[in-house]
Design a protein around this ligand. Sequence first.
Ligand code: COA
Length: 419
Amino acid sequence: MSGKLGRPVCLVGAGMSKFGAFPDKDSRDLFVEAFQDLRGSVDKGLDPGEIEAVYLGNFSSDLFEHQGHLAPILADWVGLTPRAALRLEDACASGGVTLRQAVLAVAAGAYEVVLAAGVERMTALPTEAVTDTLATAGDVLYEFPAGFTFPGFYAAMATAYAARYGMPYEALWEVARKNHLHASRNDKAQFPMTIREIMDRRIAKAREKGGPVPGWKDEREFLRDPGANPPVAWPLRLFDCSPITDGAAAVLVVAEEVARRFTDRPVRVLGTGQASDACLYGREDLTSLRAAREAAAQAYTAAGVKPSRIRLAEVHDCFTIAEVLAIEDLGFFPPGQGWRATVDGATRWDGPLPVNTSGGLKAKGHPVGASGVAQAVELWKQLRGEAGARQVPGDPDVALAHNVGGTGQTCVVHILGRG
Ligand code: COA
């Protein structure tokens, strides 16, 4: 499998809505916000009439919003009918799969200009119902009846990894601290705050109320406090989890031969890969995702690059342990070393391999159908030098996005490069 694209493909626009919890917004509002942000990003302007098809990533508008058949509705909402509009679902990898299918359609010559978007509105349901809805991405025959939830699945991976490699669980908080630090420089993030700022806000609130004031001296003390950072599924605690999020993201995928119509600074799709795996109960190893390794191998081959060539990455940190597994599965660090590299600061925005400069799913937020597309939005900004206060130094030219569906039954990897 060479994975080579039939013809070169570029991204020429990228945008996203603010991520967060928005009681007054539904998928349509979020999608329109992302679409307008994308339009503003196209250097030479975008006439929506140029868009030939709309590919939409969405996990479960049916259950979250009681709205099926979302793609044509959203296309109509921004005036894109009668263009083809279709929805793709692969759990939390819906966005990455959507981007990949849009890229393949353009590479195959079916279209020249495709809008690849993702959206999820999750917060209208109470947390228990969201947890049940998300659990349908596991196996409802064997896993759901055994009581597994998504925090539970990743807790199983965390315990297996810690047992094999001697990782102290507190090391996982370094993923959260780093991603909150990055999100504090991203005004589109759900939590645009460092953990220190969250801690200080809680202290200030307690003072205001005149009740007992917590005596946390630093972030570590705050994270150790089960009142502030309660267990969700042991050993994972609140700050090990991505939140429940509303949000949308969109990128404009075009054939390279028409890219200059939109911008003189396109971002190239150098490689794409996708793979699948059995559900978690059917796997021999819980410390690595086979589908991530396979998808990455395809993308590296297609791009003709090695992991050492990647200058920054957005990886699927739905739980802190997931980021540790990702940076090993992608070949950035040897098995068992990802947590140490994180503790050493190697993956901070100013480190040798910045990971999740957007704040990641952990702190930017995780509207599941949009997350894979939002990763591409961040890489687009970084590769064009437009990431503002979180811009990775040194003019990065090659970047990778890694998006996981479920517990790793689906993985998608994209490698993007400065055009
Ligand atoms: N990290 C940090 N803080 C969080 C948080 C998170 N993931 N989720 C919520 N909070 C904060 C809220 O901002 C709020 O803070 P405040 O009191 O200062 O305003 C507080 O925690 C309570 O928020 P609430 O929404 O009531 O939390 P919850 O208990 O209903 O939900 C989780 C918390 C962790 C259970 C929920 O976010 C969750 O299920 N996350 C995992 C989602 C998931 O599985 N996605 C798919 C992955 S594959």
